[in-house]
Design a protein around this ligand. Structure first.
Ligand code: COA
Length: 329
């Protein structure tokens, strides 16, 4: 990637809905307790979309802030990518809804489905388009309303998820800065470990699929945990190798926020000290595609990155998929 036009992040924004669902709220809904949730996951609370908010509404709030911080308006965009597994509806895409709301007339717009890895997949896609010269300014958003696909009678999953959106504007940056490498991958054979069976062309919505709860997230937690720990390590090492760097070059590690124990295992493997790692899973839980941008944007807002710092983002999720990137801020 070194001889190509340098492309990086030139604007950031985030949004979480107002309503907070705490562990003690969940204690009243299912057979669980704060001690179990905190010790097994690190999660204390999560934000939940209001009944009249859909994924595009969360994405819009984050997008407006990202455009503002880039000093742009919608009309400056020529590409919009929304990474999500909870689009407003099957089609039109959530990206097209946003294209209209943002006044990004004529911009290409599409959704990207790579679950919790979606934001990094989106960054890689936008970067490639801009490096090739096809587009100049792209809006990449990770947004999900997981509360809409969570079974709040299933304690195995309902404690884990939340809603939110994070957005970045991707464009040309000064020489030496920007994305240095990506490592994207998938293991489709593990697809049934984390999925929603109903509502697609294989098993369309019916009274029976609703009765059998086929429209909610199913997860084999233990197997997904093992996959997550494995690929967080391998993807991180691989993306650093591609960038010609090693773990000592990393100034800030921004992992997918699914479970603090998965993050800790990656920290140990990479021998990263706490101050170099962004953790906000305690406040937002797992927000799927929004998780990495929420962590990145929060770290930026807290002044945790300075120009020239090396930022490593890495995510994993349904598919199964993973995605990692090395970015010089
Ligand atoms: C889900 C997860 C937190 C469970 O933690 P764990 O330490 O593996 O726990 P186990 O699966 O061994 O379950 C232990 C027990 O706790 C119970 N339990 C599950 N959820 C519970 C809850 N919310 N409250 C109390 N007990 C719970 C289980 O029923 C099980 O009981 P059993 O042994 O009597 O069957 C963990 O597996 C995980 O984080 N997996 C990865 C999830 C993930 O990252 N998903 C998103 C990918 S993008």
């Amino acid at each position: 990637m070194n001889n190509l036009r340098p492309v990086g992040i030139i604007g950031t924004g985030k949004y979480v809905p107002e309503k907070i669902l705490t562990n003690s709220d969940l204690e009243k809904m299912v057979d669980t307790n704060d001690e179990w949730i905190v010790s097994r996951t690190g999660i204390k609370e999560r934000h939940i979309a209001a009944p009249d908010q859909a994924t595009s509404d969360l994405a819009y709030e984050a997008a407006i802030k990202a455009l503002e911080s880039a000093g742009m308006t919608g009309s400056d965009l020529d590409l919009i990518i929304v990474a999500t597994i909870t689009p407003d509806s099957s089609f039109p895409s959530t990206a097209c809804i946003l294209q209209d709301k943002l006044g990004a007339k004529g911009a290409a717009a599409f959704d990207l489905s790579a679950a919790c890895s979606g934001f990094v997949y989106g960054l890689a896609t936008a970067t490639s388009f801009i490096q090739s010269g096809m587009y100049n300014n792209a809006l990449v958003i990770g947004a999900d309303c997981l509360s809409r696909i969570t079974d709040y009678t299933d304690r195995n999953t309902c404690v884990l998820f939340g809603d939110g959106a994070g957005a970045v504007v991707v464009g040309e940056v000064p020489e030496g800065r920007g994305f240095k490498a990506f490592d994207l991958g998938a293991e489709g054979a593990g697809g049934s470990l984390l999925n929603i069976e109903g509502g697609g062309s294989r098993l369309p919505a019916s009274a029976e699929t609703i009765e059998n709860k086929k429209h909610y997230i199913y997860m084999n937690g233990r197997e997904v945990f093992k996959f997550a720990v494995r690929v967080m390590g391998t993807a991180t090492i691989e993306v650093l190798r591609k960038a010609g760097m090693d773990r000592t070059d990393v100034d800030l590690f921004v992992p997918h926020q699914a479970n603090v124990r998965i993050i800790q295992s990656a920290m140990q493997r990479l021998e990263l000290p706490e101050e170099k790692v962004v953790v906000n899973v305690d406040k937002y839980a797992n927000t799927s595609a929004a998780s990495i941008p929420l962590a990145l944007v929060e770290a930026a807002e807290e002044g945790r990155m300075k120009a020239g710092d090396t930022v490593l983002m890495v995510g994993f999720g349904g598919g199964l998929t993973w995605g990692a990137s090395v970015l010089v801020w």
